[in-house]
Every structure is written in structure tokens, then in C-alpha cells.
Ligand binder design. Structure first.
Ligand SMILES: [Mn+2]
Length: 426
């Protein structure tokens, strides 16, 4: 999938009938479960995380697959019930220092059975879909045990009292945007009226999002400790009545006309004692962008997973679990261009492909030192340099770094070369 930038079985098999049959049988095999495939996501991750501060970013994305009234492929509803498809809830491990993607940690892939009739508040958390926001970081702890510190990061949907109560540990922190104007013990009794310290202003670059073009925003920051109160309507009456956390609030001043000004209330278990720490919390939260980029790599900007023609929900779920790993590797390949990741080319290429790269690189290098591949042989950065060159990048360190499209072209080109390489002794 990484090499061919596709999830189409026919393309993955290079048109070979035996390959298509083999892939189909693999996906149909009952012993191949999505749980087992997801277990494989974290292979090698523990060592990559050792001694680092890991941002463990989780989010859900809906994959919309085409269905008709007669033929629903066994898929349940998604979104507001209009389409049908699969839900993917992954957690990514990102190095807090470099922003590098270290890999997928854990998560789940599922389709809905139908509409649940019991009102949301009346059900215990274990019977709600939102349970994933709590169980995913819990399951991640075993994979991230070697990290020096972990910060779980998630958007407003994950602001669940049970998560604040159950997930944090001595070196396991939580950072989530507040969904509601929560009840607190201080000040006016609400997050919006919490007594906070002013921490100055700064210009922060906001990345583009669906419905929001990129812009520089003037943000004012305030921060302070708050004590969350257990919601009155919770079914989880065993949870502590109060929890001490920190609140970091950023407000946009002077937003352009017609633009919704930024107002983020970030809750975290990190102690926030000064303005510099408060800004660091904002910067970590902004790294959530990595998971949005991951979903784009899986969908329209990369693997085109939603175009899959597989017939059954069960197979689409397994395909999604495999494609998620491939999307993570594609992102790692793109990031490896700066050479800081220290990862091996083996995470993206087979030994035969690595041999083909090694044979190819002297031809891609120019005569001057500046035009040589500067990375350690057989590292992911070394491979990324070659793939980017094949995709049309000029290779000069001062040039604009290659982007995902250049890598896609380079991988397509490399695919043909690697196939030729296997024929060299025929
Ligand atoms: Mn979300």
C-alpha cells in the first residue's frame, strides 16, 4: 500500500490474478481479525518512544463507502445518518520535541449496528460509543510505558469527566479542549468565569482546516488552576466529586471581519505555573493537526480508502486497519526528509526494494557534495531522499522540501524501477 499508494487489491497485486485471490482470501479469513491487525500497529513503537515525551493524539474519522438502498454492504450509519460506512478511531504517537510521527499506538475500527434507543445520559459509559476516548488511552499505556512522559491530546468530543478521573497517572497527562462550560469550584462556578492569570499575547500560525483557511492569529492567553466538579447527571457515581486540573484559555483579539474568533479552553493535568508553560500547552494542542493530516493521507490526499470496492463491512474494516498503518508509514516517509527521525527504511520498504534503492542512488546523486544523499545508508531518510528525487525534487538542501505529492509521484516511479530490478537476472 505504501509503495503503490493504493488500497485497490488489483493494483496491489500488480494485476496478477494469484495476488488478487491471495489478498481476498486474507481479508476473508476469519482468523484475520481487525483486533489482531490493530495489535500490529504498535510493532516497534515501544523502543521508538523510549525516554521521550510522547504526544498521544486520538481522534475519530468517518469513512464513507458507497451503498445503495438494496445493497448496504453490511455497513451501518455514519454522520448524521445519511451515509453508511466505517468509523476509525486511532491514537498516534508524536515526539513532543520534534513533531515527528513515531507510529500508531492503538485504536479501533467498527461499523454501527443501528441507532441505540436508550437516551445517552441514562447509559453507563461502558455502553456508549464515547467509551473509546477513555479505553484507548488506557490501552495505550502498555505500549508507551518506556516514554519519559505521555500527554494524551484530543478535541472537545473527548472532554469526558470519567477520562479526567481514570486516565491520568504520574507521567501520563491529559490535554483536551473543554466541550462545555464545566462547573468548577472556583470563582463564578464555571470555566468561563474562572479566576485566571493573564499571560500576554502572541501571534500564532493557525493551520488550514475544513472551513477555515490558514491564518496568523493574535492570541491572548490566561491560565490558572481549576477544580472540576463531577456532573450532576452522570451515571458514574463512583467517580471522585472533584478533580484538580489546569485551565489555559486563548482568545483571539482582532480577528478579521466575518471570521469566528478563536476561543479555546484547554484543560490539562499538567501544572501550568507561568505564561511560558501555558504557551507550550497551546503548542502541544496544535500538534493535533498531525492526526488531521493522517486522515487526509488515508482518504482523498493519499490512499483513497473510501473508493474501495470491497463487498462486505467485515472486509472493509480489516482493510481500514491495514490502510491506517500504511498511511502512518507514508507520513513517516514524508517527514523523514529532514533526517531527524532515525527510523530504518525497513518500516516502508522490503529488503529487495532497499537493494534497488541502493543501486539507484548513485545515479540520482550529482557530482558536488551538496547533491549527494546526506543520510545514513538504509535509513528511512536515505530512502525518502531518493523517492523525493524520483518525484522531481531537485535535492538541494536550500530548496523547498518535497511535499506529499512529490512523494506520491516518486513512489509511482520507483514502483516501476523496483519491478525492473527484480527482472535483472532473468
Ligand atoms: Mn474529532
Amino acid at each position: 500500500m505504501v509503495g503503490r499508494q493504493s488500497v485497490c487489491l488489483r493494483r496491489l497485486a500488480g494485476g496478477a490474478r494469484s495476488g488478487i485471490v491471495g489478498f481476498s482470501r486474507f481479508l476473508a479469513n476469519r482468523k484475520v481479525t481487525s483486533e489482531a491487525l490493530i495489535e500490529g500497529w504498535a510493532q516497534g513503537l515501544s523502543a521508538a518512544c523510549a525516554g521521550r515525551h510522547i504526544l498521544a493524539i486520538q481522534d475519530t474519522s468517518e469513512l464513507n463507502f458507497a451503498t445503495t438502498g438494496k445493497h448496504d454492504r453490511g455497513l451501518g450509519p455514519i454522520g448524521k445518518g445519511v451515509g453508511r460506512g466505517v468509523l476509525l478511531h486511532p491514537m498516534l504517537a508524536v515526539d513532543a520535541g520534534t513533531g515527528g510521527l513515531l507510529g500508531l499506538v492503538t485504536g479501533r475500527v467498527w461499523t454501527r449496528d443501528g441507532i441505540v434507543a436508550t437516551p445517552h445520559a441514562a447509559r453507563p459509559l461502558s455502553q456508549k460509543e464515547s467509551e473509546r476516548w477513555v479505553s484507548t488511552p488506557q490501552a495505550a499505556k502498555a505500549h508507551l510505558a518506556e516514554a519519559s512522559m505521555v500527554t494524551e491530546i484530543s478535541d472537545r468530543e473527548a472532554d469526558i469527566y470519567a477520562k479526567w478521573a481514570r486516565v491520568p497517572g504520574p507521567v501520563f497527562h491529559v490535554l483536551t479542549r473543554a466541550m462545555h462550560d464545566r462547573k468548577i469550584a472556583e470563582g463564578g462556578g464555571k470555566l468561563s468565569s474562572a479566576p485566571l492569570m493573564a499571560g500576554g499575547t502572541a501571534t500564532v500560525e493557525l493551520r488550514a482546516q475544513p472551513g477555515r483557511p490558514a491564518r496568523d492569529a493574535q492570541l491572548a492567553i490566561r491560565y490558572g488552576p481549576v477544580t472540576l466538579k463531577r456532573p450532576d447527571n452522570t451515571a458514574e457515581t463512583d467517580l471522585p466529586k472533584r478533580l484538580a486540573v489546569s485551565l489555559v484559555e486563548v482568545v483571539e483579539t482582532g480577528a478579521p471581519e466575518g471570521v469566528q474568533p478563536i476561543l479555546w479552553r484547554l484543560l490539562t493535568t499538567h501544572a501550568v505555573a507561568d505564561a511560558a508553560t501555558a504557551w507550550r500547552i497551546v503548542a502541544w494542542y496544535q500538534m493535533r493537526w498531525t492526526i488531521e493530516q493522517f486522515f487526509r493521507t488515508l482518504k482523498q490526499q493519499g490512499l483513497q480508502l473510501e473508493d474501495s470496492q470491497l463487498e462486505s463491512a467485515e472486509r472493509l474494516i480489516k482493510l481500514t486497519a491495514i490502510a491506517a498503518k500504511a498511511a502512518a508509514v507514508i507520513m513517516q516517509l514524508v517527514q523523514a526528509r529532514d533526517g531527524r527521525s532515525g527510523q530504518s527504511a525497513e518500516i516502508a520498504f522490503t529488503p529487495a526494494e532497499i537493494d534497488a534503492l541502493a543501486a539507484l542512488i548513485p545515479q540520482l546523486e550529482g557530482k558536488t557534495e551538496l547533491q549527494k544523499n546526506p543520510h545514513p545508508p538504509r535509513s528511512l531518510a536515505w530512502a525518502a531522499w531518493a523517492i523525493a528525487k524520483l518525484g522531481g525534487w531537485d535535492g538541494y538542501p536550500k530548496s523547498k522540501p518535497p511535499g506529499p505529492i512529490t512523494f506520491r509521484h516518486g513512489l509511482q516511479h520507483f514502483r516501476s524501477i523496483a519491478q525492473g530490478w527484480t527482472l535483472r537476472d532473468v
